[in-house]
Design a protein around this ligand. Sequence first.
Ligand SMILES: *Cc1c(COP(=O)(O)O)cnc(C)c1O
Length: 337
Amino acid sequence: MTDYRSDTFTKPSQAMLETMFRADVGDDVFGEDPTVNKLETLAAETFGMEAALFCPSGTMTNQIAIKCHTQPGDEVVCDKLSHVYIYEGGGIAFNSGCQVKPIEGDRGRINAEQVRSAINPDDLHKPVTRLVSLENTANRGGGSCYQFDDIKNIRGVCVDNNLALHLDGARVFNAIVEMKENPKDYGTTFDSISVCLSKGLGAPVGSVLLGKKDFIRKARRVRKVFGGGMRQAGYLAAAGIFALQNNIERLVIDHQHAKKIAEALLKKPFTGKMMPVETNIIIFEVIGNYTAKGLAEVLRKHDILVMAISETQVRMVLHLDVTERMVEETIKVIGIL
Ligand SMILES: *Cc1c(COP(=O)(O)O)cnc(C)c1O
């Protein structure tokens, strides 16, 4: 089976499992797990940020960040396709008592002017605009990347208006390697960053939340409240360290694979509109003889798994468990459909 449904389907490699097995552990709720502490230090240093917090999921790192930046009744500004808004179970309302001002962005990305005009005036009828949340790469934008200047312009609006700026960086390393960026520029631009270790980086579990020392101290308290305080979590953190040390540069391979498969798909009559393939995600419309589900079923017969994300759209995601040989095989199968 070649699984293109998501980059969350990766399984730890033998080498990753061996480092997990050897991890030195302790009770992380007491701050005594040396491997978790090492992961948090490594992640914070990578982005030039003061501190980090290891959490079970990217949903949790995002939700903790939103809780720490806001008060109930506040408003959060984000793209209408943001994971924090449409894929976290209504968590912004549930956990933080906040509401969202969804922005009609460009493939999941918003701009400084849109943020400026989304800010509510100082009027007691209006919720207080408190936080802006960006997603890079943007999942429902087909893995689209921000231009860093656009992020800086948004930062400017946030500073002028006393708004916090959060990054849902579930796939931030895909953006960093593709756009040849420096993670430290992210560290100086965002108040908080959430990074997934369990997507294309290949760890089985985990995300890290980055921010200033005081912010992370508060986040650690909220993590406990949310039930995310783990004990001998070093076994999992070891996988995260391995992922950060070994699996970042290779993400460009996934991007090359995505472009190759996209090329093959574009030659087929069943391929309609395709989103520009910028990183490891392909989203395309299925037209003609196949429905999205129908195409997924046919591919499954050839041991290829893809996801129908709407009535008409199929998504394929590249990751480290898809080898060059598997990509070639997939291109062959696409050729005969
Ligand atoms: C996967 C993902 C997350 C976090 O998901 P979890 O499954 O909770 O780890 C957050 N944001 C985006 C954009 C994602 O793709």
